[in-house]
Design a binder for this molecule. Sequence first.
Ligand code: ADP
Ligand code: MG
Ligand code: MG
Length: 880
Amino acid sequence: MDKKLVYSLNEGSSEMTEILGEKGANLAEMTKIGIPVPFGFTISTEACSRFYENGGKMDPAVRAEICAKVSELEDVTGKNLGDPENPLLLAVRGSAPVPMNGALKTILNLGLNRDTVNALEKMTGDKRFALNNMLDFLASYSSLVMGVDEDKFIDLYTQKSGQFCTDKDDLLSIGELEDLEEEYRNLIHEETGADVPEDPIEQLENGILALLRQWMSPDVVSYRKIRQIPDEPGEAITVQAMVYGNAGSSSGTGVVLSRDPTSGEKRLYGEFMINAKGSDMQRGIRTPMELSIMGAAFPDVYDRLKHICEILETQYRDLQYAEFTVQKGKLYILQTRRGRRTAQAAVRTAVDMVSENLIDRKTAVLRIDPVSIENLLAPRFDPEQEKDAKVIAEGIEASPGCACGRLVFSAEQALQLHQIGEPVILVQKDTDAEDLAGIYASAGIVTQRGATTSHASGAARAMGKACVTSVGDDLEIADDLNSMQAGDKTYYRGEYISINGFRGRVYEGQIHMIPPDLSGDFGKIMGWADEFRTMKVRTNANTPEEAKQGMDFGAEGIGLCRSEHMFYQGNRLQLFQRMILTEDPEKRREVMEEIKQIQRADYYEIFTVMEGFPVSIRLLDLPLQDFLPDSRRELAAFAEEADLSVGSVQRVADSLRENNPMLGRRGCRLCIMHPEIAEMQTEAIISAAIEAEEKMKRQVDLEIVVPLVISVHELNTVKEVISRTAQKVMKESGHKIEYRIGSMLEVPRACMRADALAESVDTFSFGTNDLTQMMYGLSRSDTAGLISEYIDQGIFPNDPFKTIDREGVGKMMQRAITLGRRVKPNLRLGVCGAQTGDQDSVQFFQEIGINYVSCSPFRVPVARLAAAQAAIRLGSGKDE
Ligand code: ADP
Ligand code: MG
Ligand code: MG
């Protein structure tokens, strides 16, 4: 049988988003479970594919099915298209398999012409209403189908009424509305040389074709690109009977969320406008009322809405968002989808829904976006400082979070400053889809207009940015977008401001931040995640403070302690430089002794903080050159201060200079060229471990990791230095320490020689930053711009330094694992690299059998959650 191309709304379900689009599928689901939805049908994405396969022509089979469905709709509604007595009027709505809010257009009141508009008037006895709907139709049809700029209609309307508002009965007289209709029609004719067709069938066919075409229009294509929405299978189109929220004072339109999307509290949340259409609400022409207030005015409607939200939650087992319209007291639902929520609301909703028996704990864990919880871990303003900060504007708390940044007034300005690493706060009148990249680049967003459901707040919540909307006249943005006026003060572009999205406030200057609370619902979710998780999560920590931070966030050890980072603090760098640059062996030994004591003290503290959890310490890695003073002058000054001869210092420095330091004498090459450094480090580590064991009365779980290994002989040479030195220290102290040796796998050759390496070590630690850099031959520190260009051009799917490249780097890792485990089945496998804070990458690491990932302290909860989700998805998780 041929494929079905068009589906009535009672022929589908929410599972069919690929075929019906997310709107069509959810409308079908609601129809199925008896929620009041205006009847209609959905033209499937298959029809869209055929349209493009046919070179932009409608498939005759599709046309035939549409005709049949129109007849059915006429039967069900008892109205006919174009009927001058009782006309069927249609909403024609585009939708993709995933929500693309606002990007795909809708034509309303299709079927109106000079005859049917009279019928509409007769049926309602309201000429103004009929005319207003006609205006809507002319604008929405001609902008989408004929390419007229929609703003021009708004201009015409505003010229007449003083404001853009189609719902205030007394705003325009019937005569004025009639004039406007003529002006609209003239404008269309002037702009296009054509008129809006009178024949509803022609209107419908043109409308459908235009919606199909918009799928590949530049705006929609770039919208998809930003969100990585695939071109296939395309757009579905729902054609549905119109309902009217603008039919008088017992009508209206609104949006509802089944729970509070900011806090997660179980209560209806949303907004309502009396005698208005959905588009009025989206434009924010009037400030809508809160649903609770609407409840007082329309108790019956409110109760039904509440009941429907319960049905929706039971059906979808998730927080739902719905758009509704009340036509003369009767409630219709026009759309539902999964409700967006803040990280905080996601956590609370998931925990609550488990206790309400709506979902199980695995589902709850899967519901939380791991990356978003970094938000919850984000600091808030210090209340003491916030109390004294100067409030320059107040608005609606549209997306939670606190942020400080430099003031900008356009997406473009935001991107510019963001690119040079500055935090920015974007202040605009309002935002739309074109501002998304700017919002993404900002730490926080402030808008003058809009409310909790406007574009800015939705986007900010989805991206986890602080947002304050509706600050209105508190701020006046200058026309040149270089400053804003607040009260009697001017704030210039680039100045710091602070915003609190929990409280809807904008402050002057910068406010100090404090750390978050990790207990409560968050603790519960993380506890469940840990139950299902099989991969360990460790923290990268170079100092005792970072180790403590990581442990507080739930790390199960240190996966990477980078010795060189210990020298970035205080006057240690100078000491380190003296070690490198001193030629005289006696003096050099003195310096090294001093350094050893410092390292020893640090390691000791780290061991005691870690209380027996594993600690992997990597020997010095960076090229020595990185530690040298930059210029000749600085070298001379250094020599003077260190009481060394300038000539000798420069001689040593010159001998260390390399053209390509990242591919030079770094990693374990250092240990081989300067075995005394490895000896010194080993002495520091082992003696610290001995001291810590004596103090703690428990064992230290220690591993010494050799960096950037290329060959097994190299590894064995370093290993010999470590063992010999460790033996010596243990013998001197009479205290024996258990320790393991690991090898970093960061060079492709090492991966290919993994079987040989595995003979010598207990652990492989994949350093995926260097491994990616070496396999791509792209310098991580220089190519960020190139990579984003490549992503824009579609050459790279994403940034391989953020998300592991499964096909190349990933394959190399798998090869190394196979080789290594063949020799040593119990080989322990770790990953440290920036990709460990990324959800997809963590899933990949789980798939290939990695034992632990190690990431920066703040990412530890992200990795714990991502690892739990990976385990659940792959079915390798522990059971409930
Ligand atoms: P979007 O993706 O922008 O939400 P929609 O198709 O949901 O697009 O609708 C755009 C506007 O049209 C909404 O404000 C909605 O209220 C209105 N609308 C959609 N369907 C109908 C309908 N059947 N009757 C009346 N208004 C409708
Ligand atoms: Mg909608
Ligand atoms: Mg490295």
